[in-house]
Design a protein around this ligand. Structure first.
Ligand code: SAH
Ligand code: F3S
Length: 481
């Protein structure tokens, strides 16, 4: 299945369980990556202590918060359009205050207050604990802003309030920020330097989720394989840590093992892996524990060594193939997905062919594919001309999307005639008579509901498929229930 992300469809308003005594109404919506959705749950938690319950109705809100994405220009345009909508609503509800959170807040800072009259509050991804103070300023009639990036903040001490949850799957954030400095990427500027969260607080969150009936977690970070806990602080300062801190440090493979052992029936996923940081002990840990799902999202961005270098990716095409070969050797049924960018500056037809041939080699289960979008402040923007014409970027994107569709079709067909274990997540979008869930490889399956319910692990016999979905029939509960 190919997945070209349309940011405009990602906005989702979030609803919070009502806390008694709370009288103010918060409307919060999120755009962009899973980390933003996860962060909004932290913000909702902080604000529930400040007298706010959430509402799904924008018109009723005392406070509107939008958690924003800067990854591509289109993502930012989507948020600007939402601000226009808030503007229209403010005419009916003049007391409504509007705040911008997340990556656009961090990137644009005070410019937001200057450019968008509707905005009263600007808060960067590391400053959510300051919201109570900032809101006080807003209540007193002043605009408020905090975009300070932190060396330590991981929000490990805040119990997120699960918003719009299916009660079955949840995100657990384990690292923040990224040190990789890929030349196209705005994330290191908007989310700051990399730091890891205390494993103890991660395990406590996982245990708490299990107690509440959750069956699957996804450990989240920009670069999860780089996870390293040595008592707090930035990853880049690890060298300065004491001997004892170094000796007792916890890396990602160890964290995975801790999670897998803490809840042996909980399905465990993680995202995102970076090829240069992924080590074989992670793959071996996956092999050791049945409850760690055999699925790796392993973005590569390009199949051309020259472009990989210009992107400051710290791996070559050969390194990547070696990693893929090792994954397939250790975990033969592991699904692999990718992120790919077409039309990075100077990309030639030959580079593009290298991307297609890399995809042929790996035969990914699915992928997220994008046309290059120049981002202000990145090294690529400062040093390179965005010289691949838009129509060429689009044509190359179509070619990789089409190739991915063929590979995805091939991958889903492999399940035909097999019985797969599915965790039921929700009703199928296309039919109220069918459930929808995923197998360990993260491929979606739909099947008649019968007597099964959300949260059940079921065995599904696969009778048919599209390039994105397995279609089948439940043949009983799986042993995991
Ligand atoms: N490591 C992160 C990556 C975040 S960005 C993670 O957790 O997934 C997600 C994807 O967006 C990247 O892998 C890349 O393929 C794409 N992307 C990032 N910057 C881009 C840009 N300037 N133009 C087009 N696509 C971009
Ligand atoms: Fe961005 Fe590269 Fe980090 S894509 S989030 S700088 S690994």
């Amino acid at each position: 299945m190919e997945k070209t992300i349309d940011e405009s469809k990602q906005g989702q308003s979030l609803v919070l369980d009502k806390k008694e005594g709370n009288t103010r109404k918060l409307f919060i919506e999120s755009y962009g990556c899973a980390m933003n959705f996860s962060d909004s749950e932290i913000v909702a938690s902080i604000l529930s202590e400040q007298g706010f319950n959430t509402t799904q109705h924008l018109e009723d809100a005392d406070l509107v918060l939008v958690n924003t994405c800067s990854i591509r220009d289109k993502a930012e345009q989507t948020v600007r359009k939402r601000l226009e909508k808030y503007n229209a609503v403010k005419k009916i509800n003049p007391k409504m205050k509007v705040g911008v959170l997340g990556c656009m807040a961090e990137r644009l800072k005070t410019k937001f207050l200057e450019e968008e009259k509707i905005v009263d509050l600007v808060v960067g991804p590391d400053a959510y604990k300051d919201l109570p103070n900032l809101l006080q300023e807003v209540d007193e009639g002043r605009d408020a802003i905090n975009v300070i990036l932190s060396k330590e903040e991981t929000y490990g001490d805040i119990a997120p309030v699960r918003l719009n949850s299916n009660g079955v799957t949840a995100f657990v954030s384990i690292t923040r920020g990224c040190d990789n400095m890929c030349t196209f990427c705005v994330v290191p500027f908007t989310r700051g330097r990399e730091r890891s969260r205390d494993p103890q607080s991660i395990i406590e969150e996982v245990n708490d989720l299990w107690r509440k009936g959750y069956k699957e977690i996804t450990l989240l970070g920009q670069n999860v394989d780089s996870y390293l806990w040595y008592g707090g602080g930035l990853k880049k300062d690890f060298e300065k840590a004491s001997d004892i801190q170094k000796a007792t440090a916890v890396n990602f493979a160890q964290l995975l093992e801790l999670c897998a052992k803490a809840q042996p029936k909980m399905r465990i996923r993680f995202s995102t892996s970076n090829p240069q940081d992924m080590t074989l002990d992670v793959v071996e840990t996956m092999a050791k524990f049945d409850n760690i799902c055999n699925y790796i999202h392993l973005p590569v961005q390009s199949g051309s060594d020259r472009i990989l270098k210009a992107m400051n990716r710290q791996h070559t095409r050969e390194d990547y193939f070696e990693l893929i070969d090792n994954i397939k050797r250790i975990l033969p049924d592991c699904a692999i997905s990718h992120d790919m960018i077409t039309g990075f500056p100077t990309e030639t037809e030959e580079d593009h062919q290298d991307t297609l041939s890399l995809m042929e080699y790996v035969k990914y289960d699915f992928g997220y594919m994008f046309a290059y979008s120049e981002r202000p402040g990145t090294l690529a923007e400062r040093k390179m001309e965005d010289d691949v014409p838009e129509d060429v970027k689009k044509r190359r994107l179509t070619e990789i999307v089409n190739l991915q569709r063929q590979h995805s079709q091939h991958c889903t067909e492999k399940f035909l005639g097999q019985t797969v274990e599915i965790l039921i997540e929700k009703e199928s979008k296309k039919s109220s008579e069918h459930w929808s869930g995923r197998n360990a490889q993260s491929t979606v399956a739909v099947f008649p509901k019968e007597h099964y319910k959300v949260g059940d692990f079921v065995k599904v016999y696969v009778e048919d498929c599209t390039s994105a979905t397995l279609i089948g029939k439940a043949v009983g509960y799986s042993d995991n229930n």
